[in-house]
Design a protein around this ligand. Structure first.
Ligand SMILES: NC(=O)c1ccc[n+]([C@@H]2O[C@H](COP(=O)([O-])OP(=O)(O)OC[C@H]3O[C@@H](n4cnc5c(N)ncnc54)[C@H](O)[C@@H]3O)[C@@H](O)[C@H]2O)c1
Length: 345
């Protein structure tokens, strides 16, 4: 197969690129390497992944912007069989501070890629990286318990795809991602394209350049190893289901290989792979031998107290399930950060 992976230098994109290239597919990576700029970081981040991918077989890296039609058309060439659209502005706070840029990358960028695919290779499978944030504060209407170091849902195991996406606050990020999400669904409805939306919870893994605003697991690991202080917004009992990036890529592959015309899935580690911020700090103490210095701040806008994906639908439709345990995944991330100290010190 020939595949285009937008945002291919990022966490999800670089793992997808390596995985599919290793299987003998021809992979084109399109990225404009703007992750550091988005988060106001003055050093390289995903540039490392870019260089890493450049050395692998079956991968061609093209520097370009998903908002630019000619860049996307160049990357698509005469057409591809699969597009995995991971390029995005992934930060909630960044979206509050710069909603124009957030809209242009997440909403317009997604629309632009869909349109180019429709014009050049309509039969390609299109995978979209959506987010749990499309449900906004509707998630907080679910009853909670507070037990020890965490909050938990009182009456449900997780959030399923029936959760409302409107009549609530989202943050600009939730809105711009929802726009891309609905466009992706619509292109299956109206143009008959094969599209799948993955509403992703917390994804983590090696090659993740975590910042305070995004990629909190990686950020906590980096802070622990380099003795930097972290701020926990709220009381630290917030819970997320966490999914190791390799498991996510397997779900994309399962959809690509399926006979389904379209899909919409909540995906994360599910009820068996959850952790609260306080519990994660404790895990780091056990794995690394130290944990970061913690400051506490006010709750952040639309920060869901608990988000756990109900993965019943995706398990059933795609015969998929997460394999990498939380401790194993964290250990892989810790080992990677330690082996690549030069990027973080
Ligand atoms: N990581 C998570 O926990 C998570 C959870 C839910 C949804 N998502 C979504 O998944 C996608 C991938 O997330 P990630 O963690 O790999 O993020 P990432 O920041 O590591 O990767 C995104 C990549 O997109 C590139 N990019 C940004 N703007 C671009 C543009 N205009 N043109 C071309 N490239 C551009 C960046 O340089 C970066 O390499 C994002 O769309 C994000 O919103 C991520």
């Amino acid at each position: 197969m020939k595949m285009l992976i937008t945002g291919g230098a990022g966490l999800v994109g670089s793992h997808a690129a390596e995985y599919f290239a290793n299987k003998g597919n021809k992979v084109i990576v399109l990225d404009n390497l703007m992750r550091s700029k988005i988060f106001g970081y003055d050093k390289d981040s995903v540039e490392y992944n870019w260089k890493y991918l450049g050395k692998l077989k079956n991968i061609e890296c093209i520097k370009g912007d998903v908002r630019n039609e000619s860049d996307v058309k160049k990357a698509l060439g005469g057409g591809v069989d699969v597009v995995i659209h991971t390029a995005g502005q992934p930060g909630v706070l960044a979206s509050v501070n710069n909603p124009t840029e957030d809209f242009s990358i997440n909403a317009f960028g997604t629309f632009n890629v869909l349109e180019c695919v429709r014009k050049i290779c309509k039969s390609a499978v299109f995978i979209y990286c959506s987010t749990n944030k499309v449900y906004g504060e509707n998630v907080d209407k679910l009853a909670l318990d507070e037990i020890g170091t965490r909050y938990c849902f009182k009456d449900v195991k997780g959030v399923n795809e029936q959760m409302l996406t409107d009549l609530t606050a989202h943050t600009p990020y939730g809105v711009s991602k929802l726009a891309g999400d609905i466009y992706t669904q619509e292109y299956a409805q109206i143009y008959g394209m094969r599209t799948a939306v993955f509403r992703m919870s917390c994804i983590y893994g090696t090659r993740q350049f975590g910042f305070e605003d995004q990629g909190w697991l990686a950020w906590f690991v980096i802070a622990s190893i380099f003795d930097k202080p972290i701020t926990i917004y709220g009381n630290g009992k917030q819970v997320r289901d966490v999914l190791y990036v390799d498991d996510l890529i397997c779900a994309y592959e399962a959809f690509i290989n399926s006979k389904l015309n379209s899909g919409l899935y909540n995906i994360g580690g599910g009820p068996d792979k959850t952790i609260s911020l306080l519990e994660f700090v404790e895990q780091l103490r056990l794995i690394i031998g130290s944990h970061p210095k913690i400051n506490y701040g006010e709750w952040r806008p639309s920060d869901q107290k608990v988000y756990i994906s109900d993965i019943t639908k995706i398990k059933k439709e795609l015969s998929w399930q997460p394999k990498v345990g939380v401790k194993e995944g964290i250990t892989r991330l810790v080992d990677w950060v330690r082996a690549n100290r030069q990027f973080f010190s």
